[in-house]
Design a protein. Sequence first.
Length: 367
Amino acid sequence: MTTTGIIAEFNPFHNGHKYLLDQAHGLKIVAMSGNFVQRGEPAIIDKWTRAQMALENGADLVVELPFLVAVQSADYFASGAVDILAKLGIDTLAFGTETALDYNGLSTIYGKMAEQMSEFLTTLPEELSYPQKTQLMWEKFTGVQFTGQTPNHILGLTYAKACAGRNIQLQPIQRRGADYHSTEKTVAYASATSLRHHRQDPAFMAKSMPNADLFQTSPQVTWEDYFTLLRYQVLTHPDLTQLFQVNEELAIRIKKAIRQVTSLDQLVETIATKRYTKARVRRILIYILIGSRETSLPQDVHILGFTSAGRKHLAKIKGKTQIISRIGSQPWDPLTQQADQVYQLGNPKIAEQTWGRVPLNIENEVQ
């Protein structure tokens, strides 16, 4: 039987995600971001609730991406997630995309020309951001064109790169409905951005996501819930350059800007430049919020939940892959656990995220 991996954030889980799971084949394993996500934001609802939504709508097994995989640029996000899914025995990687390309062919090209393609990146002007450089690399070596409005397409290329040389087939699934960043309400498949934007509209939420009641009754957070904490961290930290990816230039810009702004959005606008994209700035602000330092990634895989089919799969791979189902006296990943503790500060109603938590066991099979 096919074992399909899906890399996701489900922030929050919506009809488009359900469509993706419906289109994927065989046993479906999701590697999902924890309580902070790739574009540098706290997840709107916690990881356990998002895992439950996935398991009730087609996923068989949901595992957690460690903090330093989940909150990273696209290349690190993709390669870290694929590493975890490979440990779990996937043979296919399914993902949504705006553009129907031959991703398997592109993966083969990267596998053959990785050295030349990486070398090309070093020849590009310093003032270009890393995403701009990688776009130029793909255009030069494969002829792929970019519009700048296709983030899933760009992620698809990072998956092609991450799967190069591995025995993993790529299964692109044409994205339906609204664009990734769209706040449009009239489409059948609204984007996660739109759902976060219109979360106070119960009728829209009920139409756009399968678990609307669970979403509406779950404690929710946004960046603004952590802004005062971030200000405190920036103003009291003796040397921000000790933190992950904070260089001297950024440290000076952030220390100066934090005294002049009243919101997270204003702070990001003030710090961002051509070289430092808004997404990169938001990620760095998350690192400061959490107090992140560079650390090695955990080798074990943390399970958030499973169905009966997912549990059987775990039994099959036991012994080949180290599985963590309960975090106790031995930590799984100290940085992720630190991030979870900070996440809980955003809303007093958020449940305990680490201690005593065991994987969700969703017995009802999807109809």
